[in-house]
Design a binder for this molecule. Structure first.
Ligand code: SAH
Length: 349
């Protein structure tokens, strides 16, 4: 396979251009083109011989769109992307009044094994490169442009398939590329990183100087329940996870989000809400209650709206900031990993 350029920083691209006998300014030119989604052929301010030399050695765009499904209700778009080695990952483009948010995948599948999640059913095939994460945004931007939209992707949530902190170096590289002046220019305040709670990586990430919003997938008020839903809870106790979350909040000055999917018969009773409130007391967090998307392969069920409201009421009565997550694209398969699974099943037969 050819080498990929989209993972490189402007400085690294400058070195690459120098090695080809080109002037240093070519690095920034190529960087800017790549992040606009251009092929080498389209890089009109480069000499033809250079474009051909690059095309012979490198792939300009490591991601392409395989399929899209658009919601008639709210314009949410589910995207299925193809990577160069034939793997597929998915994403969701959400249209909010404040702009376009893209949900980006960080791995092909996931090895964290959460009981409710479709992304983990077949384990993790591999981690994505930084360029493959950038490439998802580049593809979504091209889709928006092709539909005559003025705005591009302005916000990014690392909530697609994969555990971002299990692909630490590539994710950090991706975040640094994201804010480049000649690239996508997406600032860290417009990014959320969701983690199942890998404590050492959370601590390390707090020191990177990348003040994204940390989203912690907690899903339980205590260790016993958390271990039933999330194998990672066997490695790290909730106290440690919450301490690492506090450290992140203190170092970055940013409020964190606690994700909590309500699962019938497991974590959704009023007493669980009260226990959660006591665990989170004094922390600068907002709780996002997620109605469970049931995954046919998993025998877990969500709860009724009345139960969501009761849970929310218990939290608010204890001064915990909380909301029920708005569902997007209810008429398309909005849930984690499900479009991809269907695609894989259909293409296996
Ligand atoms: N690995 C990261 C990010 C990926 S998932 C993490 O664990 O946070 C993004 C969010 O969707 C997580 O909070 C995850 O727990 C949640 N999620 C996964 N499957 C779900 C389902 N079936 N219903 C509701 N939320 C789900």
């Amino acid at each position: 396979m050819k080498e990929e350029l989209l993972s490189l920083t402007p400085q690294e691209l400058t070195e690459t251009m120098r090695a080809l006998g080109e002037g240093a300014f070519r690095g920034r030119q190529v960087f800017s083109w790549l992040h606009k989604g251009a092929s080498f052929e389209e890089m009109s301010n480069l000499p033809k011989a250079l474009r051909e030399a690059l095309a012979g050695r490198y792939d300009a765009q490591p991601v392409s769109i395989l399929d899209t499904v658009t919601s008639k209700l709210d314009g949410t778009v589910k995207l299925l992307y193809r990577l160069r080695d034939g793997h597929v990952v998915e994403g969701v483009l959400m249209r909010y009044h404040y702009g376009n948010t893209l949900c980006v995948s960080t791995q092909v599948g996931c090895r964290m094994g959460c009981a409710f999640c479709a992304s983990t059913l077949e384990g993790c095939a591999r981690s994505l490169t930084a360029g493959e994460m950038i490439g998802q945004i580049v593809c979504a931007n091209a889709l928006l442009a092709s539909r005559g939209e003025q705005e591009r992707v302005g916000n990014v949530v690392l909530m697609g398939s994969g555990e971002p902190l299990d692909n630490y170096d590539n994710v950090v590289r991706f975040l640094r590329l994201l804010r480049e002046e000649d690239g996508l220019r997406i600032g860290m305040r417009s990014v959320s990183l969701s983690t199942c709670g890998l404590v050492p990586q959370m601590r390390r990430f707090a020191g990177e100087g990348l003040p994204v919003t940390l989203s912690l997938s907690l899903h339980a008020p205590n260790d016993a329940i958390r271990r039933r839903l999330m194998p990672v809870a066997k490695a790290y106790a909730m106290d440690e996870v919450l301490a690492a979350c506090r450290e992140y909040i203190d170092k970055t000055g940013r409020r964190a989000i606690v994700e909590y999917a309500l699962v019938r018969g497991v974590n959704a009773l009023p007493e669980h809400a009260r226990e959660l409130a006591s665990r989170l007391r004094g922390m600068r967090v907002h709780v996002n209650l997620i109605p469970l998307n049931s995954v046919p392969e998993r025998a877990l069920m969500g709860v009724s709206e009345a139960e969501v409201a009761a849970f929310l009421g218990e939290l608010r009565a204890r001064n915990i900031s909380a909301t029920r997550r708005r569902e997007m694209g209810d008429d398309i398969e909005g849930a984690c990993g499900q479009l991809r699974r269907r695609y894989l099943q259909e293409n296996r037969e």
